[in-house]
Write a protein that binds this ligand. Sequence first.
Ligand code: ADP
Ligand code: MG
Length: 256
Amino acid sequence: MNSQTGFRFTPKTLRPVPQPPQPVARRPVARALGVHKSYWKGPHEIEVLRGVDLTIYEGEFLAIIGQSGSGKSTLLHLLGSLDVPDRGEIHFAGKRIDHLPARQRDRLRNDSIGLIFQFYHLLPELTALENVLMPAMIGAGFWEYRRRRKQWIAKARRLLAEVGLEHREHHRPGELSGGEMQRAAIARALLTGPRLLLADEPTGNLDEENGAGILELLRTLNGTGELTIVMVTHDPAIARQADRTVRLAQGRVQGC
Ligand code: ADP
Ligand code: MG
């Protein structure tokens, strides 16, 4: 017995006292701050977003639900810098991006944000492999793309294999099923190694089985911890696949 400490062992042999788990600092990837957006139909203003505040955290899989016409696509387009708010701010990776010149926003989107849509938006005259390569062709410019062509092709093929399309590289969209087209669109969205994937009703045009396959793929991609996903859907059953859900209603985001 050690007379000073009252323990049988000297302090050196004592195990460190277990500390309560420290809260992990959640780092925001993207934010909407007081975002307003209206569309005009002739003299009539359609107020879609009326002060949206939303923070998307690194590594999460967030679902945004809301009725048709509630402004989900509008919000996703603003987060992806495809459009700019009338008022308020959009931030990405700690920087405000909505006031950047269009060319800078295009570059940022090409490099760091992947987008997938309900209707895939693949180019019908290109093969799956060529579709996946498009962001590199557009982003890098002709000569830079030519210089690194082999590496881009290798990466595109790897991504097509990752989404389960290794046998469909040379098929055009018209020769692919809906589920396969969405898989090709996901591979295309991942080519430049984005941190954030924005998915607008990604299963909206698919039957249940193919929809489930796409959700499973998104979950797997998110599971690596490197890809943050925001998925918009009107279907609460689909939203349940996400880690967190927020609802868009009356032009604002409500947690739920
Ligand atoms: P959601 O994706 O939730 O169905 P949207 O963001 O597509 O909703 O649209 C929200 C509202 O804004 C709808 O009333 C829609 O008609 C209108 N809207 C969307 N885009 C435009 C546009 N480019 N011009 C005019 N109105 C639009
Ligand atoms: Mg929509």
